[in-house]
Design a protein around this ligand. Structure first.
Ligand SMILES: [Ca+2]
Ligand SMILES: [Ca+2]
Ligand SMILES: [Ca+2]
Length: 874
């Protein structure tokens, strides 16, 4: 670890951007405000940021931040990670240089370096203790006479939490990479006098850092106001913004002064008021009981701002006297459209085995993983796990076949499908994504068109959302063998870069080969259903392609229905254990495939087979396979040939599920469809809310009830900003989104603004161990006693901490760690758990004929100065 090199990508880019002039305005400025005083962000991007940003002086850009809560309270952010590391290195330079010069293996060097450096860092990390002392801060104003001479705060409290990762050259990797936590300190500065509209204030700290900002309710965002940062659909009945704030580490911030007070919805261009309402209390610090533990849900008193009566369409913000404004949002079909488009982009950016060109995206990347080889391992599904897991199976296969040849001469068997997550595997679970896209299309056919996604799929006559389905299925079609069998897993022998062999974490730097799993009956039938479904949907516009998909589906079905092809091994890969592929998976996917082949061909034998298989399918449609929704298409639409009893039974089940989920959106909380009384943690993407909206979308597809559509919209609101953190959980969507998540491509593409369209797992209800040790406290590990010791508490004494690990007591939905190194379970994502459920939810609300405009299709990475999420709100 060469600790001297610490100025990361973010910092250098911020410096580079600082000299540019602010973008031109489209909106009128309020009287008496000049553009220079306001320091506005751009108004002409896909999301307008023409709100006032603070101006930082006296420290490295990016290491300081200011967030306004209301006229009497601002939150000053300070990050000392980089300078502390530099001082720590200087304090032990001779020892660290000596270790660096040693001829020992890299892992030993890493450990020896850490043993010297980490205590030095902890010793050097002293500034934060000043950050709750009123004498450390002076607030002055050139245009508010009350502050002419500079005043001290009435009160200051502080809090510390991780805000991302920094980058550093690591010899153990031989390159710069993400190495640790950016430690953010937040000082809650209670002002001695409330700020006045239109005045600028400078807070100067005892360490020489200073930050200047404007207070004006038309230009200054209050972080206590939460909106869907893309916006709301005019066609939806239930629309809300929220007011609430947590006094970090302490409890709900008292906002009762605004209870019953008016709010205005203001046109972002003309500043005309288009709607007025009154702020109303929803609940005082409501509790949740997720994981059977009753605790504060948001750490807030939650107030609502009812936007349901809003009639005007356009781009607006909410304004509240003495508080500030919200982020800009649309009340227009584009509000749904642009979020839908970006979620679909998330899949496009996860596409495997092909190049993303600069013509198609502002985040291009080269070709990778276009080749796949054959191996003989069992693909994993919800109903089958083999005794040897795929990584080990592939490793064994490589050892046994050192002369591995490409599967086909052209070598393009690896094209198609989506990277699962930060890793590059394509797997059976991705049929959930196929399902989401097919359902999206079936729900709302008139909303989807060719050219809508603005990629190279434009102009082929096929609605682009179905091109995405085709791309997802292509990997499996490419795996199809002469007998018709299809693989269900395309994997490598290890996670990317486990062997430290990649120059960066980007896909095209991955030297590991991809291997198809064995062709099994269950996987072939899993493929046959959606392939036939796709063929049916594109037949009117692309008959040749439809015929090819149908022919492939028929062959896969024939393979899957033939018992002679059953995959079984007496001694699976030398494990000494037998393996036999799951009969349950065959029953479930066989029935679904037969039904889809019937709907595509109207050939009676397929229907007869589907009806015969239904009784064997039904008992398996429970957890863990429930989420595959294999029986849904029996109930969707009104096919007179399908037996009425089956249709009614399936229909009832999905409507009941939809009713249960819809009921949750009436709880006195943020109206998400998430079960706030669930016995399970909100892991694996459930925190996004949109996975639960699948049940709503399916119910909506059956009876078109407005209550289901409205509840889907509330799920969209939750994931895009109507949540305690006021955060959009999707990169590129809205104003305030995660910037540092578990994606080698996004982290190492040289672009600060993250790859768009990625919805992270989010809050899981716990604080990951790594963040306890390096984010909320600084702990050291004794390799001899194997004990962790807290060397430095990062929280002040007045923040209640837990006895066992000194971590703060956090309300459930505040346990947010934007540090993928230490909290991968929050900063991971997958195409099927987070991205495609968002596509589906927004697709259900999309207006017929919607097309993106040029600011969206031409979307480029945001100037780092305006990446709000670099400093999350505590
Ligand atoms: Ca994976
Ligand atoms: Ca197309
Ligand atoms: Ca990036």
């Amino acid at each position: 670890m060469r600790v001297a090199i610490i100025v990361g990508l973010v910092m250098s880019s911020l410096i580079a951007g600082a000299a540019e002039a602010p973008a031109p305005l489209t909106a009128q400025l309020p009287d008496g405000i000049t553009a220079a005083a306001a320091n506005l962000g751009p108004a002409d991007g896909a999301f307008r940021l023409d709100v006032s940003f603070p101006t930082v002086r006296g420290c490295e850009p990016g290491q300081m931040d200011l967030q306004v809560v209301h006229a009497g309270l601002v939150i000053v952010g300070n990050d000392y990670t980089a300078e502390t590391r530099a001082r720590a290195y200087a304090s032990r330079k001779a020892e660290l240089d000596a270790i660096a010069a040693k001829k020992i293996n890299l892992w030993s060097k890493f450990k020896e370096t850490a043993a010297v450096f980490e205590p030095a860092f902890i010793a050097a990390y002293d500034k934060p203790e000043l950050l709750d002392q009123p004498t450390f801060f002076t607030i002055a104003s050139a245009d508010d006479q009350r502050y002419a001479t500079g005043l001290q705060p009435a009160r200051v409290t502080r809090y510390a939490m991780p805000r991302g990762n920094f980058r550093e050259f690591l010899e153990v990797r031989g390159r710069e990479c993400t190495a640790g936590t950016l430690l953010a300190n937040y000082s809650y500065v209670f002002l001695p006098q409330p700020m006045e509209r239109g005045r600028s204030y400078t807070i100067t700290q005892g360490d020489g850092r200073a930050i200047t900002f404007l207070f004006h309710e038309d230009l200054t965002v209050s972080r206590a106001l939460k909106v869907n940062q893309s916006g709301y659909a005019p066609t939806v009945g239930r629309k809300f913004a929220y007011l609430g704030a947590w006094h970090a580490g302490i409890g709900p911030l008292d906002l009762s002064a605004w209870d019953g007070k008016p709010f205005a919805v203001v046109d972002a261009d003309t500043r005309a008021v288009v709607h007025e309402g009154r702020i109303a209390l929803v609940a005082k610090d409501p509790t949740v009981a997720i994981q059977k533990q009753e605790r504060s849900g948001a750490g807030e008193d939650i107030y609502e701002l009812d936007l349901s009566p809003l009639q005007a369409q356009g781009e607006f913000y909410i304004r509240v006297d003495g508080l500030g404004r919200s982020w800009a949002f649309k009340h227009h079909s584009d509000a749904i459209g642009r979020a839908f488009w970006l979620h679909l982009r998330g899949l496009f950016h996860q596409r495997a085995g092909h190049e993303l060109t600069a013509a198609d995206t502002g985040w291009p990347r080269p070709l990778a993983h276009a080749v796949a080889y054959d191996a003989d391992y069992a693909p994993e599904s919800a109903l089958s796990v083999a005794p040897v897991r795929p990584f080990n199976a592939i490793e064994a296969h490589i050892k046994a076949h050192p002369d591995q040849q490409e599967r086909e001469p052209t070598g393009h068997g690896g094209v198609g499908g989506w990277y699962d997550a930060a890793d590059f595997d394509r797997r059976w679970y991705h049929y959930d994504t196929i399902f989401d896209l097919l359902l999206a299309y079936e729900l709302n056919r008139d909303a989807f068109s060719d050219g809508q996604a603005a990629t190279y799929d434009a102009g082929n006559g096929i609605p682009d959302i179905l091109d995405e389905v085709a791309f997802g299925l292509l990997i499996w079609r490419n795996s199809q063998n002469d007998a018709g069998g299809v693989a269900g897993h395309c994997e490598q022998r290890c996670h990317p870069n486990s062997l430290a062999a990649m120059p960066t974490g980007r896909p095209h730097h991955d030297p590991e080969k991809m291997f198809f799993s064995a062709r099994t009956r269950g996987m072939s039938l899993s493929y046959a259903g959606p392939a036939a479904h796709l063929a049916r949907l594109i037949a009117p516009v692309a008959p040749d392609q439809a015929a090819a998909w149908l022919e492939s589906a028929k062959r896969a079905y024939a393979f899957g229905m033939d018992e002679a092809n059953h995959y079984q091994r007496d001694d699976y890969l030398g494990s000494g254990k037998p393996y036999r592929e799951s009969d349950e998976l065959i029953a479930v996917t066989g029935c679904a495939a037969a039904l889809q082949l019937y709907l595509a061909t109207r050939e009676a034998p397929y229907l007869e087979r589907a009806i015969a298989l239904y009784p064997t399918m039904k008992p398996h449609l429970k957890w863990p396979i429930k989420f595959v929704h294999q029986d849904y298409w029996w109930a969707f639409g009104d096919h007179p040939d399908l037996p009425r009893p089956i249709r009614d039974e399936v229909r009832r089940r999905y409507l009941d599920a939809g009713d249960q989920v819809e009921a949750r959106t009436h709880e006195k909380f943020y109206r998400s469809p998430i079960d706030q009384r669930s016995p399970w943690a909100t892991t694996w993407g459930k925190a996004a809310g949109t996975p639960d909206a699948r049940a709503l979308a399916m119910a909506y597809g059956l009876d078109r009830a407005a209550k289901f559509r409205d509840a889907i919209a509330l799920a969209c609101d939750w994931v895009q900003g109507c949540n305690p953190l006021g955060l959009s959980w999707t990169s590129g969507v809205g104003s305030n989104y995660p910037w540092c998540f578990f994606s080698g491509e996004s982290e190492e593409d040289g672009i600060v603004d993250p790859v768009p369209g990625i919805t992270v797992y989010g809050v899981t209800g716990g604080i990951p161990m790594g963040a306890r040790r390096q984010g909320f406290n600084l702990m050291a590990y004794d390799g001899k006693t194997k004990v962790w010791t807290t060397l430095k508490r990062l929280q002040p004494d007045d923040v209640a901490v837990r006895e066992d690990d000194l971590c703060p007591h956090l309300p459930y939905w505040r346990g947010w760690v934007m540090d993928y190194h230490d909290a991968p379970e929050m900063q991971e994502y997958t195409v099927n758990e987070t991205i495609s459920p968002c596509v589906l939810a927004y697709a259900a609300l999309l207006e017929p004929g919607w097309m993106p405009g040029p600011t969206l299709t031409g979307m480029k990475p945001r100037d780092p100065r305006f990446i709000v999420g670099l400093w999350p709100t505590p």
